[in-house]
Design a protein around this ligand. Structure first.
Ligand SMILES: Cc1cc2nc3c(=O)[nH]c(=O)nc-3n(C[C@H](O)[C@H](O)[C@H](O)COP(=O)(O)OP(=O)(O)OC[C@H]3O[C@@H](n4cnc5c(N)ncnc54)[C@H](O)[C@@H]3O)c2cc1C
Length: 417
C-alpha cells in the first residue's frame, strides 16, 4: 500500500475504507537467518536496512510488548547533529542526513520538522564552549550559527530577559535540527521491513539465548524456541538484562527519564529550545502541547515511570527560563528506561559469542540515532565489518579505556551529570 496525496484525497472522499494494516502481525517460524530482539526504533530500523540494503529478509523482530511501546514512543522527539567529539560527530551527521531523506525513502509521513534547535548560553565561558562546538559541527559538514542575545530575544521573545537568575548571553542554533513524530518513525520502519518480508512478532518476550561452543544458535521465547544463525540484541533500557542471558555484563546502568506535555496551546514556541544552566528542553507539538523534559532520575530503575521530586526539578527549570509556562496545565507525564554508558556514547558491536551482536547505550539521545543506528547495525550484522560512521562504538573501550568519547566532559559517571 503506497501513500500519496491522491490516495489521501480518494480515501477521504470514500470513507477511508481502503486502507490496509501497515504491517503483518506475524507468528513465529521455527528458524530465521537473523533474529532481532526488540521492536523499538533501532530494532525496526535495523530490520528495514537489513532487507533494503543487504537483501536479508528471513528476519524476525521479537517484541515482548507491542511494537513501538518502548522509548521510541516515549521520547521528546528531538532530532539534531550537534556533537563535538570524533566518533559521535560523524555518526550523528550521517544519521541526520538519513532523517532528511526518510519520508521519501519509507513513503511515510514521520512529520520531520527542521524547525531549528537553540542551545542557550548564560555565561562567557558557555559562549566560548558553544563557539568551539559550533566550529566542530561546521568542520563535520553540519550547520551551526552563533546567535547574540539580541538575536535570541528576537527569535524567542517569551524567555525571561528582565529578572532572570541566569541571564541569557546568546545561543547556538542548528537550523537543520528539529523534531519528528516518534510513533510514526517506528510505524514507518515497521511497514518498510514488513513489506520486504520481515516478520514482526509482538507479545514475544525473549527469555534465553541459546549458545553452543561459543556460537549463537537461537533464542528461547514466551512463544517457544526459535533457531537463528545470527541474533541482535537491540533492547535499549533492558540491555543489561538481555545481555546477561548470554553471560555478558555490560557497562550500562538503566535510569528513568521523564517527559511532560501540556494542554494544547496556540503556536507560541517555534523552535526546540535548550536551557544552558540546567537540564531542560522544550518544543511545541503539532497538536499544540508543550513537550518538555529534563534530568534523569538519579537512581537506577527498570520502572518506566517517574517520581515527583524530578517532576518538581524540571518544572523549576522551566519556570526559571520562561515564567509564562506556569500558566499552562500539564496533561501527562511518563517515563522511559535509558541505557546509560559511562562515556555517554553508544555501543554497536559484535560480542564474544559468534553470531551475537549488540546495539545499545543510547542514553537519553537515541531517538535521533534511529536511522543511523539501524543502517550501521544492519551493515555489521550483514557483513561482519563495522560501518565507518559507527566504527568507534566498540564495546571493549570500557575495558581498555582506549577510544572513550567523553562527549560532555562528565567523566566516568555520565548518569550523574
Ligand atoms: C522521556 C524521554 C525523552 C527522550 N527524548 C529524546 C529526544 O528528544 N531525542 C532523542 O534523540 N532521544 C530521546 N530519548 C531517548 C530515545 O527515546 C532512546 O534512546 C531510544 O528510543 C532507544 O532506542 P529504541 O527506540 O530502540 O528503544 P525502545 O523503543 O525502548 O526499544 C526496545 C524494545 O525492546 C523490547 N524488549 C526489551 N526486552 C525484551 C525482551 N526480553 N524480549 C523482547 N523484546 C524486549 C522493549 O519492549 C522495547 O520495545 C528520550 C527517551 C525518553 C524516555
Amino acid at each position: 500500500m503506497g501513500f500519496s496525496g491522491w490516495r489521501v484525497l480518494k480515501e477521504g472522499l470514500s470513507g477511508n475504507r481502503g486502507w490496509d494494516a501497515h504491517w503483518r502481525d506475524a507468528a513465529p517460524k521455527d528458524a530465521y537467518d537473523v533474529v532481532i530482539i526488540g521492536a523499538g526504533g533501532h530494532g525496526l530500523a535495523t530490520a528495514y536496512y537489513l532487507a533494503k540494503n543487504h537483501g536479508i529478509t528471513n528476519v524476525a523482530v521479537l517484541e515482548k510488548g507491542y511494537l513501538g511501546g518502548g522509548n521510541v514512543g516515549r521520547n521528546t522527539t528531538i532530532v539534531r547533529a550537534n556533537y563535538m567529539m570524533p566518533g559521535n560527530s560523524e555518526f550523528y551527521s550521517h544519521s541526520l542526513k538519513l532523517w532528511e531523506g526518510m519520508e521519501a525513502d519509507l513513503n511515510y509521513n514521520v512529520m520531520h520538522s527542521q524547525r531549528g534547535q537553540i542551545v542557550l548560553f548564560h555565561s562567557d565561558g558557555q559562549r566560548d564552549a558553544g563557539v568551539r562546538r559550533g566550529n566542530a559541527m561546521i568542520n563535520q559538514g553540519d550547520d551551526a550559527e552563533l546567535l547574540s542575545r539580541a538575536d535570541v530575544r528576537r527569535m524567542l521573545p517569551y524567555l525571561d530577559y528582565h529578572n532572570a537568575r541566569f541571564p541569557i548571553y546568546g545561543g547556538l542554533l542548528q537550523q537543520r535540527a528539529g523534531t519528528a513524530r516518534h510513533d510514526a518513525v517506528a510505524w514507518g520502519y515497521a511497514r518498510g521491513a514488513s513489506d520486504r518480508g520481515v516478520d514482526l512478532i509482538q507479545n514475544c518476550e525473549v527469555t534465553g539465548i541459546d549458545i553452543e561452543a561459543g556460537t549463537v544458535k537461537g533464542v528461547q521465547t514466551t512463544r517457544g524456541a526459535i533457531k537463528a544463525k545470527k541474533v541482535a540484541i537491540i533492547v535499549a533500557g533492558r540491555s543489561g538484562q538481555v545481555a546477561a542471558m548470554a553471560g555478558m555484563r555490560l557497562p550500562i546502568e538503566s535510569h528513568v527519564l521523564q517527559a511532560f506535555v501540556t494542554e494544547g496551546l496556540k503556536p507560541c514556541i517555534n523552535h526546540v529550545v535548550s536551557f544552558g544552566m540546567g537540564h531542560f528542553y522544550i518544543s511545541q507539538s503539532d497538536k499544540g502541547g508543550l513537550v518538555f523534559g529534563g534530568d534523569l532520575d538519579f537512581y537506577a530503575s527498570y520502572a518506566a515511570r517517574g517520581n515527583l521530586p524530578m517532576a518538581e526539578h524540571v518544572m523549576e527549570a522551566g519556570m526559571t527560563l520562561m515564567p509564562m509556562i506556569g500558566k499552562a496545565k500539564v496533561l501527562r507525564s511518563w517515563g522511559g528506561i535509558m541505557d546509560m554508558t559511562p562515556d555517554g556514547s553508544p555501543i554497536i558491536d559484535k560480542t564474544g559469542t559468534d553470531g551475537l551482536y549488540i546495539d545499545c547505550g543510547w542514553c537519553y539521545g537515541g531517538f535521533k540515532a534511529v536511522p543511523g543506528s539501524g543502517y550501521s547495525m544492519a551493515h555489521l550484522v550483514a557483513t561482519d565489518t563495522h560501518h565507518e560512521p559507527a566504527a568507534r562504538y566498540r564495546l571493549d573501550r570500557f575495558r581498555t579505556g582506549r577510544g572513550l568519547m567523553d562527549e560532555e566532559g562528565t567523566g566516568a559517571q555520565h548518569n550523574l551529570h
